[in-house]
Ligand binder design. Structure first.
Ligand SMILES: C[S@@+](CC[C@H](N)C(=O)[O-])C[C@H]1O[C@@H](n2cnc3c(N)ncnc32)[C@H](O)[C@@H]1O
Length: 281
């Protein structure tokens, strides 16, 4: 086969595999860069002694453990401060101001956030910094809390320590670095107490009974990729119970909402995967 034909055939097979995975898990792997995706798939297929994407698709369908391994090779606890800056822009410009206004009007001065699948803590620390920044002097008049949960105890231990390699400064603005972090030795920084005080870390699976029922903002980003459609639906039902009417849900960029969830959630920003719980469902 000529090289161009081979490349096109390869592209076609990967596209079919991506569609099968999307149908089963609602995950759009096409958002990953293709060379990256190809390398990761090749690594899994090599281990399994497979040479065809179709065969690998068959195997994935019958073996949830292999799906979990593929997801692990694609994501492995990857997280960053203010990951996906466009989503954080929307949270800053739309979500938090709306919550603050509504809370002021209702005189209920509590803002509760849940970072569900918080990994090593960059996401809950980011949202805590953002809230403290936006509330400014008003922060003292609001009871602000961030519940940060994960099933991985090692990731949680790192999150609780709140000490990060300086390379992790990447998404943090100079202003936030100054206000919300301080140096920790030469190569690390640590998160300021003011930010830590807002957060409670807890080991918890998303399938567990959710202890809190008054969440205004759920960040569950890049976690649905681990689950199949049924599991996602169960987790979404948990969120429905946990969230306040008018509360927000943010998913990862490659993650799609199930049809059932659109009865109680409406999109605020489709690209950023931000949804709002309808006032009445
Ligand atoms: C890729 S990280 C996402 C971190 C962060 N939310 C972000 O977007 O940067 C996915 C995290 O989901 C966690 N996770 C996977 N299954 C889970 C479950 N059933 N319950 C809670 N956390 C889970 C993993 O341990 C991992 O830390």
């Amino acid at each position: 086969m000529a090289e161009a034909e081979e490349t096109a055939a390869n592209r076609g097979s990967i596209d079919r595999l991506i569609r099968r995975i999307s149908d089963a898990h609602g995950i759009d792997l096409a958002l990953y860069r293709q060379p990256y995706l190809e390398r990761r798939l090749a690594a899994r297929m090599r281990v399994l002694g497979l040479t065809s994407y179709r065969r690998y698709g068959d195997l994935l369908e019958g073996d949830p453990a292999e799906y979990a391994r593929l997801i692990d090779t694609l994501t492995i606890n990857v997280t960053e401060f203010f990951r996906d800056s466009t989503v954080w822009d929307s949270i800053r410009r739309t979500v938090v101001p709306d919550l603050v206004t509504r809370k002021r009007d209702s005189r209920n001065r509590s803002i509760r956030v849940w970072s569900a699948g918080c990994a090593t803590g960059e996401e809950p620390y980011s949202v805590a910094m953002l809230l403290l920044d936006i509330l400014g002097d008003d922060a003292a008049h609001f009871a602000t809390s961030v519940l940060a949960t994960d099933i991985d105890p090692n990731a949680l231990a790192k999150a609780k320590a709140g000490v990060f390699d300086k390379a992790k400064y990447k998404g943090v603005t100079a202003d936030y670095r100054l206000r919300f972090t301080r140096a920790h030795g030469n190569a690390h920084f640590e998160v300021a107490d003011e930010v830590r005080d807002v957060i409670r870390f807890r080991k918890m699976s998303l399938f567990d009974d959710i202890p809190v029922r008054v969440i205004d903002l759920v960040l569950c980003r890049n976690v649905f990729i681990y689950f199949d459609r049924q599991q996602q639906a169960r987790v979404l039902e948990n969120f429905n119970r946990a969230m306040t009417p008018g509360g927000y849900l943010v998913l990862g960029r490659s993650e799609k909402l199930s049809d059932a969830a659109s009865t109680w959630l409406e999109p605020v920003d489709g690209n950023g995967r931000i949804y709002r719980k309808r006032e009445r469902t």
